[in-house]
Design a protein around this ligand. Structure first.
Ligand code: SDX
Length: 426
């Protein structure tokens, strides 16, 4: 007997199917609700709404669990590499050695961008926020790669996925170099994904650049931690944009725009600015009081889904210590402030009662700063890493036979119908 849920409204009773997945809450399938009962459901922040069926990522907010295709994030961060996680997110299984070698070669040989793209950057002011540049540059890729924008061709979908994963580091490094007034650096095929990115960001023509394996490993792990995260705001933006049939480059540009918000991917930049503003451990109590008085948020804390420790924050904190050690900043005062602030918040009723824990953004800022990035580049790095999650979710949506254009409805509380009044009678 199929499981159902009953809704009684306006004297009518509607029975709706209940669907259960591999794990997580069951869902009530309300696709027939409007047709059968002439009512909508109402859920502005989608807190209680499953927008799709997906096999890519699972989050259990109460237990602090994050799985990518079933594999726990801490195991992937420890044992895998970002490109291997990219393969996993796109294809659903970990690659054999041969499959990975082919995939890695595909990515490495797509890292260059069209020379005209470099001229595209010249149109921006040097002090443009790198995220503004990324919104423009990634959207502009639609103008260069016409041969992989037919979303109905599986081969073109995979080529555009490879192009985006491969070219995001090159574009992100260019956004950084452009803001610094330094020359662009071409990718090198003999370097790993993370080494290539660090070299394109930090090498200068005046001297040779050598990869630092500890920093490259930390960068690669940071990319893994940011790769995908279920139906978050930017991923939902990519899915909604893609549901109209827009090309993948335009959809990823939409995702970048959504990620930029301070309540989402922009939080890592804001979290570091917050730690700088606090400055020293003795000023934490005064700052925490300001949070309690609702004057500002504790950036890098809280989450729409995690009501426990964000498993990524645990790994990020470990990476933070490793990077600071490697660059000789282990006594970075901001790390002391962050650790003391975390300790105070985790024991303060205001935060405990609201289930506010550090999220992935709390320690990433300190780590990225130690790697040499300015705060305005932090969300660019988040976008670089999240591109694989966005494109994997976009691909899953396009390949879903039940997929329709996204078109939510509303609760209308505006004026009832009324006739136009000429200006001399108003
Ligand atoms: C990311 O969705 C994802 O998966 C996102 C992400 C991903 O990988 O894609 O994980 C990346 O965006 C992480 C979150 C980064 N954002 C920040 O660190 C910014 C600070 N955090 C807040 O803006 C907030 O926690 C949100 C936006 C993340 C969640 O907001 P919600 O869903 O409104 O939080 P909530 O309903 O759980 O809030 C419960 C209470 C409320 O207070 P009351 O009105 O009930 O008294 O806690 C308060 C909130 O006002 N609250 C905070 C707070 N976060 C929530 N108070 C102070 N500081 C905070 N950070």
């Amino acid at each position: 007997m199929a499981e159902t849920a009953k809704i009684q409204v306006d004297g009518r009773t509607v029975e709706l199917p209940v669907m259960r997945g591999t794990d997580g809450p069951a869902v009530v399938d309300i696709r027939k609700l409007y047709g059968d009962a002439d009512v909508f459901t109402y859920d502005p922040g989608f807190t209680s709404t499953a927008s799709c069926e997906s096999k890519i990522t699972f989050i259990d907010g109460d237990k602090g669990i994050l799985l990518h295709r079933g594999y726990p994030i801490d195991q992937l961060a420890e044992k895998s590499s970002f490109l291997e996680v990219c393969y996993l997110l796109l294809h659903g299984e970990l690659p054999t050695a041969g499959e990975f070698a082919q995939f890695e070669k595909n990515i490495i040989y797509h890292t260059m961008v069209h020379e005209q793209v470099d001229r595209f950057f010249q149109g921006f002011r040097r002090d443009a926020h790198p995220m503004a540049i990324m919104c423009g540059a990634v959207g502009a890729m639609s103008a260069f790669y016409h041969d992989s924008t037919d979303i109905n061709d599986p081969e073109q979908r995979m080529i555009s996925a490879h192009r985006l994963i491969a070219k995001m580091p090159t574009l992100a490094a260019r956004a950084f170099k452009y803001s610094r007034g330094q020359p662009f650096v071409y990718p090198r095929n003999e370097l790993s994904y993370a080494e290539n990115f660090l070299r394109m960001c930090f090498s200068v023509p005046a001297e040779d650049w050598k990869p630092n394996p500890v920093l490259a490993k930390a960068m690669d792990r940071i990319f893994i931690l940011h790769a995908d995260h279920e139906q978050n705001a930017s991923t939902s933006t990519v899915r909604l944009a893609g549901s109209s049939g827009a090309n993948p480059f335009a959809c990823i540009a939409a995702g970048i725009a959504s990620l930029w918000g301070p309540k989402h991917g922009g939080a890592n930049e804001e979290a570091l600015n917050m730690l700088k503003e606090i400055g020293t451990v003795d000023r934490i109590p005064e700052f925490v009081q300001g949070v309690k008085d609702r004057r500002y948020l504790l950036m890098g804390f809280g989450h729409r889904v995690y009501k426990n420790y964000d498993p990524r924050a645990t790994v990020m904190q470990k990476s933070c210590h490793e990077v600071l050690e490697a660059v000789g900043h282990q006594d970075d005062p901001l790390l002391q402030v962050a650790m003391e602030l975390e300790k105070i918040a985790l024991n303060d009723e205001f935060f405990v009662q609201r289930k506010l824990y550090p999220n992935v953004d709390f320690y990433s800022g300190i780590t990225l700063r130690a790697l040499g990035f300015p705060p305005e580049m932090f969300t660019v790095l988040f976008a670089l890493a999240r591109t694989v999650g966005w494109i994997a979710q976009w691909k899953e949506m396009i390949e879903d036979p039940s997929q329709k254009i996204g078109r939510p409805r509303q609760l209308y509380t505006g004026s009832p119908q009324r006739d136009y009044v000429a200006v001399d009678r108003r």
